[in-house]
Design a protein around this ligand. Structure first.
Ligand code: AMP
Length: 544
């Protein structure tokens, strides 16, 4: 395995990387750093967000900059304020032992005077959003004559957001630019045009498949009737008490409405959409980052560039019209080697969209059944009891105890616990009495889905295999081979034919020949594995 020391980086940068806890370079770092360190002029890196791009260009820049010259030598242009701040902060970490290098982040929505002052004080690297940078250029507040390096980060996003003219302007105004490094998740024609117009035979590096989503993300969808969408959302959140995530809606009004409804139910969340002022956005993001908020309800535009560590779930309250947008949404989770789940709530007429997205992301989106009301309540109680157990008590309380001890003495521990749970959770538990069954009864046939899609986007099924769900996965110590042996032995159907096994952390999907599938599910379902009841049942659709 390649290590950072093999890439040609100087000691003080290596030292900073060690402090950050990065053990080995990510694929883009491994490929890009040695190339960029040679001072290569033009470079195109195709990589998704969250792949470690910032260090891939940041470390070489910090090594190449002439620290004794106090004027701007490198510009990093990126689509959003959030990304700009993120890059600035990452650079601060990387240059921990290169104190002679100064960086500044310039972005709109905040005082320009302080930014101008900092730039004039001798920064060598400026990270900027296009609009604010142009503002600075027009005010002659930044001298671009000695800028040697221009990095365009998330170029496709910048063009999507309509910054094409601005990028042209910036590139045309960096007349002594020696190197242009472009990073993009995708390579549409307009990004290609930038490389054609402003670069000379760039070195091109692609990490992973274009448009491929991260393997650390598990994709799932839940199907319900359109009028039950909100109940569906609430059920999914309630079933995952430790969820820390972003809910995506298509419109600002939708984001506002979902926020209001969930706030009434006591959730800690805020909306993030284009109607908020910059200060409000900052406040929301701060609260989300420090986990004062469990959830953000965001529109696509507002959520661009959000990079928050440890997001466990992305929830598509509504599927986006454009499958490409799905990849941007789901990419908010499963970052930096962590796993994440992207859940989509859809109704049966939207199934063709799921198929389109599967095709784009080249990964299955698994059909899931909504958890039953009783399971949601059980999980909520368990989570509350865990919280109770972990609560640190205050010594002062002791002082009050002697007066209440006599009242409580009549209660057993169990009665006391019941009362505490009732007091705390009654409205929640009540809300689940008579809760509707959210699962759609009639799933459209594949044929119907196909007829709604303009291309034949559905995998053909000849009915020879059925896909079975099982609630066992890598977390239970399984790999494909021992899971296969396990299901064959446990079901005593040793001649059953097994097709594809899709092994995940908590659950897996196994294709079993149609003749044996039902028998296998019924023989294994309800058995126990390490004291846990195994669930095995038919998944929603068959696959060849
Ligand atoms: P980026 O794509 O630059 O936004 O990076 C995504 C995340 O990965 C950030 O939180 C980085 O701190 C982290 N990261 C970058 N490089 C590495 C590495 N070599 N090892 C571990 N984490 C990394």
């Amino acid at each position: 395995m390649t290590s950072f020391t093999d890439l040609g980086l100087e000691d003080n940068l290596l030292h900073a990387i060690t402090d950050l806890g990065f053990e080995s370079p990510t694929p883009i770092q491994e490929k890009a750093i040695p190339v960029l360190l040679t001072g290569v002029k033009d470079f195109v890196g195709l990589a998704q967000t969250g792949t470690g791009k910032t260090a891939a260009f940041g470390l070489p820049l910090l090594q190449l900059i002439e620290a004794n010259h106090k004027y701007p030598q490198a510009l990093i242009v990126c689509p959003t304020r959030e990304l700009c701040i993120q890059i600035h902060n990452d650079f601060k970490d990387f240059k921990k032992y290169k104190k002679q290098i100064f960086t500044e982040a310039v972005y709109g929505g905040t005082s320009i005077t302080a930014q101008i002052r900092n730039i004039k004080s001798g920064v060598q690297i400026v990270a900027a959003t296009p609009g604010r940078l142009i503002d600075l250029i027009e005010r002659k507040a930044i001298d671009l004559h000695k800028v040697k390096y221009v990095v365009l980060d998330e170029a496709d996003e910048m063009l999507n957001m309509g910054f094409r003219d601005d990028i042209d302007f910036i590139l045309e105004n960096t007349v002594n630019r020696e190197a242009t490094w472009l990073f993009s998740a995708t390579m549409p024609d307009d990004v290609r045009a930038i490389s054609r117009n402003y670069m000379n035979k760039p070195v091109e590096i692609t990490i992973g498949k274009k448009n491929a989503t991260n393997a650390n993300i598990e994709h799932q969808y839940y199907m319900t009737s359109a009028h039950l969408r909100f109940d569906a959302l609430k059920r999914l959140i309630d079933f995952n008490p430790d969820l820390y995530g972003i809910i995506f809606t298509r419109t600002k009004a939708g984001a506002q409405e979902v926020t209001e409804k969930l706030s009434k139910e006591g959730y800690a969340l805020e909306p993030l959409h284009g109607d908020l002022s910059q200060q409000q956005r900052d406040r929301v993001m701060r609260r989300f980052r420090d986990k004062s908020l469990q959830l953000l309800v965001a529109t696509d535009v507002a959520a661009r560039g959000i990079d928050v560590d440890g997001i466990t779930h992305v929830i598509n309250y509504e599927l986006p019209d454009d499958p490409e947008v799905y990849t941007h949404r789901s990419g908010r989770t499963g970052r930096a080697g962590k796993t994440g789940i992207c859940l989509s709530i859809c109704h049966s007429r939207e199934l063709y969209r799921i198929r389109e997205i599967e095709k784009l992301i080249k990964a299955p989106i698994h059909k899931m059944d909504f958890p039953e009301a009783a399971d949601v309540c059980r999980k909520k109680v368990q989570s509350f009891v865990q919280q109770l157990l972990q609560t640190e008590t205050d010594d002062e309380i002791e002082g009050f105890l002697h007066t209440i001890n006599s009242d409580l003495a009549l209660l057993s521990a169990e009665e006391l616990l019941k009362k505490i749970i009732t007091l705390q959770l009654n409205p929640f538990l009540e809300s689940y009495k008579n809760a509707p069954d959210l699962n759609v009864k009639r799933i459209p046939k594949e044929k119907e889905i196909r007829s709604r899609s303009d291309e034949n986007r559905v995998r053909k099924s000849d009915g020879s295999f059925k896909k079975l769900f099982i609630n066992l996965g890598t977390k239970d110590g399984f790999h494909k081979l021992n899971l296969l042996q396990f299901v064959l032995n446990e079901s005593k159907l040793r001649n059953a034919e097994i097709g594809k096994i899709d092994l995940r952390e908590l659950n897996s999907w196994i294709e079993v020949d149609t003749k044996n599938a039902t028998a296998m599910a019924s023989r294994i379902n309800g058995k126990k594995f390490k004291g846990r009841v195994i669930r095995m049942n038919e998944a929603s659709h068959t696959r060849k």
